[in-house]
Design a protein around this ligand. Structure first.
Ligand code: BV8
Length: 236
């Protein structure tokens, strides 16, 4: 057994569901009330920037009303106790993994708490609403700020680092994701042949058959249990 095993974790909206953040594709999901084309594409932003800013302002505002849950904290404990390299890649744009205390964290689809200036192309931490004429804190240009979010048709962040980590990991776990969105849904195919893969989700995702193990249930129960199990197998 590898004394310093490497572990890559991918999370999706399901890990934040019990904190009160809507997922995308469940019954009352985010995509029920908004057309993806209108609020999560560059074309939608060009067509109606005000509507897109309102969509993200609303979700950014909600962050002050929610907190990390037991699943987020279990992954913090896993990172602290893990004997080898650890990388948590999240599709989520909320800040719950950050606030729980995960350090090796990569937001591949961006972050609600950052905006990006279309003029100077700098990503800036941002807590409040973005208004149509909010000036960029870096270059002072007005009306040039967009959500620092990866929309459909845009290239996710950190893809080289993610690809390298996946090709070299001993364990890969996907937690709380439906497997609809690529390239994240394809990560389980990118791992090496000796990598053990786990899907931890409320129900089997559409890529469930690609995983060597599948654990079903709500994340605040399944993730702490899985963390205890994988740590007991890889004691320092
Ligand atoms: C890319 C930011 C190239 C927005 C998001 C045509 C043109 C262009 C591209 C494409 C095309 N056709 C296909 C594509 C690719 C496209 C794609 O995949 N489309 C799909 C819909 C077919 N992808 C892209 O465009 C990506 N870019 O391909 O660039 C490239 C490729 C490789 C390398 C380099 C370049 C960009 C995609 C990013 C889009 N942005 N988010 C925002 O958040 O507002 S995607 C969005 O979906 C969120 O990030 C979300 O995280 C993500 C995935 O959804 P999930 O997290 O899985 O959430 P979902 O609701 O679906 O599922 C939740 C799961 O949790 C469920 O299974 C549920 O059962 C479970 N659950 C619920 N409660 C619990 C639970 N589990 C446990 N416990 C619970 N309590």
């Amino acid at each position: 057994m590898n004394p310093k095993p490497s572990l890559v974790i991918l999370t999706g909206a399901g890990i934040s569901a019990e904190s009160g953040i809507k997922t995308f594709r469940s019954g009352d999901g985010l995509w029920e009330n908004h057309r993806v084309e209108d609020v999560a594409t560059p074309e939608g932003f060009i067509r109606n920037p005000g509507m897109v800013q309102r969509f993200y302002n609303e979700r950014r505002r909600q962050l002050s009303e929610v907190s990390p849950n037991a699943a987020h904290y279990a992954l913090v404990e896993l990172e602290r106790a893990w004997p080898g390299s650890f990388l948590l890649v999240t599709q989520n744009v909320d800040d719950l993994h950050d606030r729980a205390g995960t350090h090796s964290l990569l937001h591949m689809h961006g972050e609600l708490k950052k905006v990006r200036c279309l003029s100077c192309n700098v990503a800036i931490p941002w807590e409040k609403d973005v208004l149509q004429d909010s000036p960029c804190p870096t270059c002072n240009k007005k009306g040039k700020l967009r959500p620092h979010i990866v929309w459909f048709g845009e290239v996710p962040f950190g893809m080289d680092e993610i690809a390298y980590a996946l090709q070299n990991c001993d364990y890969f776990a996907a937690i709380g994701t439906s497997g609809h969105v690529y390239p994240a849904a394809g990560f389980v195919q990118w791992v090496g042949k000796n990598c053990r893969t786990y899907e931890i989700n409320l129900e089997p995702s559409i890529v469930n058959s690609a995983f060597s193990e599948s654990i079903q249930g709500i994340a605040t129960q399944t993730v702490p249990t899985w963390v205890k199990e994988i740590l007991s197998k890889n004691k320092q």
